[in-house]
Write a protein that binds this ligand. Structure first.
Ligand SMILES: [Ca+2]
Ligand SMILES: [Ca+2]
Length: 229
């Protein structure tokens, strides 16, 4: 009877045998797939659990320039001020640094009148800045009509250099480089003039008595960009 050996009958039936081989092929393929999923996808997941995120931090700079001038009398001191605009503060992440360029010529039009002696100093005040940074140049002097350049580091630790940072999240790094309080206020520059008279000056009516000093303030602002690598 056929009932005596059902398995034998099944395997002797060609169509059933084909169906079974398709089933086994599928089963083997499924096992290979599952193994691949575990070793490739799960494996990656497992190894990345211990990884620390890395962020690219970069800065885009923009500047605001403000030009001013002042006639300063002999042996006098004048103070000129500059207030970075609110627009620059709100449109950027922070103010990085302040640069000041001072120029002058001898304007008396007297023959052979030598350049005067000009001294300038950026006055440390209540405006938040990195006033003690070793890269600051807060004073300068000139007696040959050469320009004077001062600089103040404003946002602590800002140097404009892109960097990679590990750990935390993008909000943390963005907040670290976002602060509108630095450089927010009135910067004050003191200007002193000591005139140098033309040689052999005898007539008191044509003495050199002052000088016009030109000041260009440049506030360098930056916007921070944080991207996970
Ligand atoms: Ca002079
Ligand atoms: Ca002069």
């Amino acid at each position: 009877m056929q009932n005596d050996n059902i398995l034998k009958d099944i395997f002797s039936d060609k169509s059933i045998r084909n169906k079974l081989s398709i089933f086994y092929t599928f089963a083997v393929a499924l096992m290979i797939y599952q193994g691949a999923v575990f070793f490739v996808i799960k494996g990656d997941e497992i190894s990345s659990k211990g990884d620390v995120p890395v962020f690219d931090i970069s800065f885009t700079e923009s500047s605001e320039n403000f030009e001013d001038s002042r006639v300063v009398g002999d042996e006098s001191r004048e103070i000129v001020t500059y207030t970075p605009s609110n627009t620059m503060h709100t449109e950027n992440s922070g103010m990085g640094m302040l640069m000041i360029n001072v120029t002058y010529q001898e304007t008396s039009q007297e023959f052979a009148d030598p350049c005067d002696t000009v001294s300038v100093d950026l006055i440390p005040n209540s405006v938040l800045a990195d006033w003690n940074n070793q890269n600051n140049i807060l004073t300068g002097t000139s007696d040959d009509c050469s320009e004077i350049n001062l600089q103040l580091m404003v946002f602590p630790s800002y140097n404009g250099q892109d960097s990679k940072q590990m750990g935390k999240d993008s909000v943390y790094w963005t907040n670290l480089w976002t602060d509108h309080s630095y450089g927010n206020g009135d910067f004050e520059l003191g200007i002193e003039v000591n005139v140098n008279q033309p040689p052999g000056q005898l007539a008191p009516t044509i003495q050199d008595s002052d000088e016009e000093i030109f000041v260009t303030w440049q506030a360098v602002f930056f916007s921070v960009s944080v991207e996970e690598v």
